[in-house]
Design a protein around this ligand. Structure first.
Ligand SMILES: Cc1ncc(COP(=O)(O)O)c(C=O)c1O
Length: 360
């Protein structure tokens, strides 16, 4: 077996100890005589798995008691609709458009009410994050929406919009669990799990209790946070395997990494290895405004698109896969989520140096 370094933006690498546990428990979970894939979601065994996963998420992320947690199908994209359907009670909301996913979220929300685009960084091809204190937010906004880490463009918010009385909603799909988060600063956090948390197939939402129960009667039950959360995410058959894998990843963060502060230290160090190299030479360029650089998704280009293509092909041969940039940006993107080991980046930088020496 030769495992590659997978720089995919998602689905992405999972921690090896997690995969090994899942493998060891695949045929029989505990002494249940069956796999988690096969068991009833109403069984005692699975109920314990789901409760443990939620409890771990609460512990690891330090989720305050007045927040509820739900497991949802439909990925983060379904959350783009659920947020306005459940929270847009004034008929208006503010959106900061800092990339493709926040643009999509705003477009979806506009189907349900008035969307005020309070910032849009399209002019600089989303290479910078706006100064959140200099923006004008709407008085009648039900919430302010951001995408905290822009997976495609490699930027992240380092400061959050905070407006008295108006909840902040954040898509944290590509940065959740990468560092400690003060959940009390948000009204609602949602994320697709396929980057830092689990295999694809689920989104998780963490919702401040007082924001629940405001959806209109026409909102389908499956799109109503309260319906799903009140049923402990068992209103219908939940994504059982994803819930189980989420629990294993959280256990890894808690027991092997040592929690989110330790996770952040690892991630900062990993990102610095790559950015420091990028800043030390002229062959590759990173277009992002330095203070806004993501520690999860690092974009870079070589001198021209042909060399980019050659880089990706050679990198794949050398065991660094899925490093091609998103079509909206071109070039390369190394997604270096929690599970990417430090050695993966050390080896990638060595490969980049060698490639630059040959083609510079
Ligand atoms: C920040 C962000 N939001 C939303 C999405 C869409 O997620 P999904 O494919 O789960 O709908 C992605 C996917 O990559 C993402 O990176």
């Amino acid at each position: 077996m030769a495992r590659v370094y997978n720089f995919s933006a998602g689905p992405s690498m999972l921690p090896e100890p997690v995969l090994r546990t899942a493998q060891a428990e695949l045929m029989e979970y505990g002494s249940s005589g069956q796999s988690v894939m096969e068991m009833s979601h109403r069984s005692k065994v699975f109920d314990a798995i789901a409760k443990d996963t939620e409890a771990r998420l609460r512990r690891v992320l330090n989720v305050p008691d007045n927040y509820r947690i739900g497991f949802f199908q439909g990925g983060a994209s379904t959350q783009f609709a659920m947020v306005p359907l459940n929270l847009m009670i004034t008929g208006a909301a503010d959106y900061l458009v800092t990339g493709n996913f926040s643009k999509r979220a705003a477009k979806e929300a506009a189907k349900f009410g008035r969307v005020n685009i309070v910032a849009n960084t399209a002019d600089c091809n989303y290479t910078a994050i706006p100064d959140v204190d200099a923006l004008e937010y709407s008085k009648d906004a039900s919430y302010i929406h951001i995408c905290e880490n822009n997976t495609i463009f490699g930027t992240r918010f380092t400061k959050l919009p905070q407006v008295e009385g108006i909840p902040l909603v954040a898509d944290m799909s590509s940065c959740i669990l990468s560092r400690p988060t003060d959940v009390s600063k948000y009204g609602l956090i949602y994320f697709g799990v396929q980057k830092n948390v689990a295999p694809a197939g689920m989104a998780i939402a963490i919702v401040r209790e007082d924001l629940l129960g405001k959806a209109g009667p026409a909102v389908p039950d499956m799109l109503n946070y309260k319906t799903i959360i009140d049923a402990d995410s068992m209103y219908n058959t939940p994504p059982c395997w994803c819930i189980y894998m989420t629990g294993l990843v959280l256990k890894w963060i808690e027991e092997e990494v040592g929690g989110l502060a330790a996770m952040e230290a690892r991630n900062n160090e990993k990102a610095a290895l790559l950015y420091d190299y990028l800043d030390s030479q002229d062959f590759y360029k990173n277009p992002v405004n330095k203070p806004d650089r993501s520690i999860m998704n690092v974009t870079f280009t070589s001198p021209d698109p042909e060399t980019d293509a050659l880089f990706c092909a050679e990198a794949a041969k050398a065991g660094f896969v899925n490093i091609k940039g998103h079509r909206l940006v071109g070039g390369m993107r190394a997604s270096i989520y929690n599970a990417m080991p430090r050695e993966g980046i050390v080896e990638l930088v060595a490969f980049m140096k060698q490639f630059a020496a040959q083609h510079g």
